[in-house]
Design a protein around this ligand. Structure first.
Ligand SMILES: Cc1cc2nc3c(=O)[nH]c(=O)nc-3n(C[C@H](O)[C@H](O)[C@H](O)COP(=O)(O)OP(=O)(O)OC[C@H]3O[C@@H](n4cnc5c(N)ncnc54)[C@H](O)[C@@H]3O)c2cc1C
Length: 362
């Protein structure tokens, strides 16, 4: 089974790591460390940033440690981002002329917020930086599953839940609800319905677009950003480059993950690109074959997965909307990644939202 996306977990995501311990899947994760390798297609060069060696802020005075083509003054952008307010967009704070724009701010913003710099909330980005990069290398390393998310998260979580005698009713979506006297009294599913008791609690754990179908009076984000993943079948055993994760700059592809038997390429905030599906695949393959010096070999078998609504467009305007959810029925709680509004929509945020609710209920 291949995943729909190459979900990265940072070592700062302590709730994710705690959950994996609870569901006994922590041994199925692999730690890739803090050394991030990049390939810049414009410069035709590899370079890497090892956060263990790069001692911020003192490292910026050493040219050899600095990100290629960056000047000391470019690093003032880290101070600027600390001073942002909730209305600021990343693109307003960091100029495209800044020597770190293409090599750091753009890939970091698009990777973390799945939103283009010109739209992305600088406040959300600042909050991530404060929890990761600014805390040091121990909070900025990468975890991924050894095999797949199915094996590291989905199956172990299902097993854990079933051991608690809870049934999951798959493939049966909630279509609507009945509200009486400010309380949900009935859940109407695709298959069947359920009348509720007076002391029942309803928890929605679905994306804002689907919450909005059921509660149309809520003012929630209407714009979403896609993430594209293309998995190319390839014998990856004898590649010269041994890095498993490589960031790509000045290219269509953003990240390539070298897996057992395939390359997996991720493109975030791919709003324009996903319309050019066929053309895109061949362009991406050209980038991969160049990166791994595959001598322009013919495009192999591939599988493309487009998540059209991977996350909501994480702009200041939408951040304000998800923050101000009011007037929901008294016996309803809403959780999910997007409800942790001071952080981006990620697995960690989703877990925190569930954990906070459990803490409220016990
Ligand atoms: C391609 C891709 C790459 C990503 N990369 C990363 C990454 O690198 N790191 C990271 O931390 N996060 C990443 N994310 C985001 C991460 O996947 C989400 O933040 C996380 O899955 C959100 O979990 P959730 O449970 O809150 O919501 P979801 O995973 O969206 O789950 C909501 C569930 O509700 C169900 N549902 C919806 N409507 C109804 C209904 N009416 N009735 C019943 N059920 C319903 C859906 O079927 C779904 O199972 C990525 C997402 C995508 C798509």
């Amino acid at each position: 089974m291949v995943d729909n996306g190459n979900h990265l977990i940072l070592s700062a995501n302590k709730n994710f790591l705690e959950l994996c311990k609870i569901i006994k899947s922590d041994n199925s994760l692999v730690y890739h460390g803090t050394n991030f390798q990049f390939f810049d297609y414009k410069e035709k060069k590899f370079w890497s940033l090892d956060l263990k060696k790069f001692k911020f802020p003192f490292g910026i005075f050493n040219k050899r440690q600095r990100i290629p083509n960056s000047k000391i003054s470019d690093y003032f952008s880290f101070i600027k981002i600390l001073l942002v307010n909730k209305q600021h967009k990343v693109g307003q704070i960091i100029s495209k002329k800044n020597g770190l724009y293409t090599s750091f701010w753009e890939p970091f913003t698009v990777g973390v917020l799945n939103t283009k710099c010109e739209d992305a909330s600088a406040f959300l980005l600042k909050n991530v930086l404060m929890q990761t990069f600014f805390k040091g290398p121990n909070f900025s390393g990468i975890y991924q599953p050894k095999n797949s998310w199915d094996q590291s998260l989905i199956k172990p979580a299902e097993k854990f839940i079933s051991q608690k005698d809870i049934n999951i009713d798959f493939n049966n979506i909630l279509k609507s609800i009945t509200i009486e006297s400010d309380k949900i009294t009935e859940l109407i599913f695709k298959k069947g319905f359920r009348k509720l008791n007076d002391d029942d609690l309803v928890i929605f754990a679905m994306p804002p677009s689907n919450v909005n179908k059921i509660l149309p009076f809520l003012d929630l984000p209407k714009d979403y950003n896609p993430i594209i993943n293309i998995h190319f079948k390839w014998d990856t055993k004898n590649l010269k480059n041994k890095n498993k994760i490589i960031g790509m700059l000045n290219s269509h592809s953003h990240w390539v993950f070298v897996k057992d038997g395939y390359f997996s390429v991720t493109i975030s905030a791919a709003n324009e690109l996903f319309k050019f599906r066929e053309k895109l695949i061949y362009e991406i393959w050209k980038e991969i074959s160049k990166l791994f010096s595959l001598d322009n070999k013919k495009c192999p078998k591939y599988k493309i997965i487009i998540e059209k609504k991977a996350t909501y467009n994480q702009t200041p305007k939408n951040h304000k909307l998800v923050k101000n959810i009011e007037n929901i029925p008294k016996n309803l709680k809403i959780i999910g990644d997007w409800t942790q509004y001071n952080f981006p929509s990620t697995i960690e945020s989703s877990i925190i939202s569930g954990k906070k609710l459990c803490e409220q209920l016990v």
